[in-house]
Design a protein around this ligand. Structure first.
Ligand code: IPM
Ligand code: MG
Length: 372
């Protein structure tokens, strides 16, 4: 059900966040006009921008805005150079990003990895290994596992050398595995109906439970072919034969690692959007949309960043939070058209590609907006 007003909280964050967010907002406004939607975008600081503005990575006012909105369009947070200036619990990754994931129960993270034909040169694999095309959906569990398990602490060893013991805890429960498995099977049904579940069942208790539960959930989806893979083999198979994968189901940490690897196969981390979804309440699902890449401080403020991951995240927002499939497709088609026309930010540019034209963040965003 599409509300008459789309209330979107836009949290640009740090590094390249504000630059790529500017382009995504521009694209959303153009789509809004074309499809006669009332798009109400309210911006608020988060990350180091939140700390500078209000003393907190997730200022109370920003959290209140998120609660009053239908969904969140997020940029990226974290500036490692500034980390030593505050305690680790207050740093943006934990105090803003992980907190928002937990606060809104965003357990299902969808990362679609697709290598456009025109970007074959940006893929590090040989053309033979790219086969007929790479098209993978990583479904990453986002609110469990080692990111959140307790205890999580660093304590002194009490030895003469002043050593420490650092503890992270990996925890998964049956219901947590079941609900993410259902999401993965349902999305596989809408794709090529193949699901590869990633675990480390040969070593971890968590892996054994993961495999048991996923196998049981599979019985409700007889049309989906399920296989299991140990995570180390999965990492290798991704570079050897990525075309064997359709949906990859991963726990939190494995999904973090494999989705970056998969993104590199699709040309660049700057191309990878993501949707993080909570449980449905009635016909509504609260969604959080962000590029899978980071703040890239080295290129921030230089008009070099690729805004496509942020813009495609806005497309996922229209589709998953509002069911606006045509509007979402309009953005995705505009991105495809601009790529086909040869526009390239630095991360996907190759001087040997015929017809390629190197552009900045603003020019790429403007071209996509114009193509809608
Ligand atoms: C991601 C990022 C985050 C994560 C960081 C920034 C905390 O790498 O979304 O993949 O590890 O989940
Ligand atoms: Mg990551």
């Amino acid at each position: 059900m599409t509300p008459t007003v789309l209330k979107i909280a836009a949290l640009a964050g740090d590094g390249i966040g504000p630059e790529v967010m500017r382009e995504a907002i521009q694209v959303l406004r153009v789509v809004g006009q074309k499809f006669q939607l009332t798009v109400q975008i309210t911006e608020a600081p988060v990350g180091w921008a939140g700390i500078d503005a209000a003393g907190q990575a997730l200022p109370d006012a920003t959290l209140a805005l998120c609660r009053a909105s239908d969904c969140i369009l997020f940029g990226s947070v974290g500036l490692p150079d500034r980390d030593p200036t505050i305690p680790k619990e207050q740093r943006p990754e934990r105090a803003a990003l992980l907190r928002l994931r937990k606060e809104f129960g965003l357990f299902a993270n969808l990362r679609p990895v697709k290598l456009p034909r025109e970007l074959a040169h940006a893929c590090p694999l040989t053309p033979e290994r790219q086969g007929t095309g790479i098209d993978i959906l990583v479904v990453r569990e986002l609110t469990g596992g080692m990111y959140f398990g307790q205890p999580k602490k660093t304590e002194p060893l009490g030895d003469a050398a002043g050593g420490f013991r650092a503890i992270d805890t990996m925890v998964y429960t049956t219901p947590e595995i079941e609900r993410i498995a259902h999401v993965a099977f349902r999305t596989a049904q809408l794709r090529r109906k193949k699901l590869t579940s990633i675990d480390k069942a040969n070593v971890l208790e968590n892996g054994v439970l993961w495999r048991e539960v996923v196998t049981r959930v599979a019985k409700a989806y007889p049309d989906v072919a399920l296989d299991h893979m140990f995570v180390d083999n999965g990492a290798m198979q991704l570079v050897l034969r990525p075309t064997q994968f359709d949906v990859l189901l991963c726990e939190n940490m494995f999904g973090d690692i494999l989705s970056d690897e998969a993104a590199a196969l699709a040309g660049s981390l700057g191309m990878l959007p993501s949707a993080s979804l909570g449980a449905a309440t009635g016909d509504r699902v609260f969604g959080f949309y962000e590029p899978a890449g980071g703040t890239a401080p080295d290129i921030a403020g230089k008009n070099l960043a690729n805004p496509i991951a942020q813009i495609l995240s806005a497309a996922l927002l229209l589709r998953h939070s509002f069911g606006l499939h045509d509007a979402a497709a309009a953005i995705e088609n505009a991105v495809a058209a601009v790529i086909a026309a040869g526009l390239r930010t630095g991360d996907i540019f190759s001087p040997t590609e015929p017809g390629a034209r190197r552009v900045g963040t603003r020019e790429m965003g403007a071209a996509i907006a114009a193509a809608i």
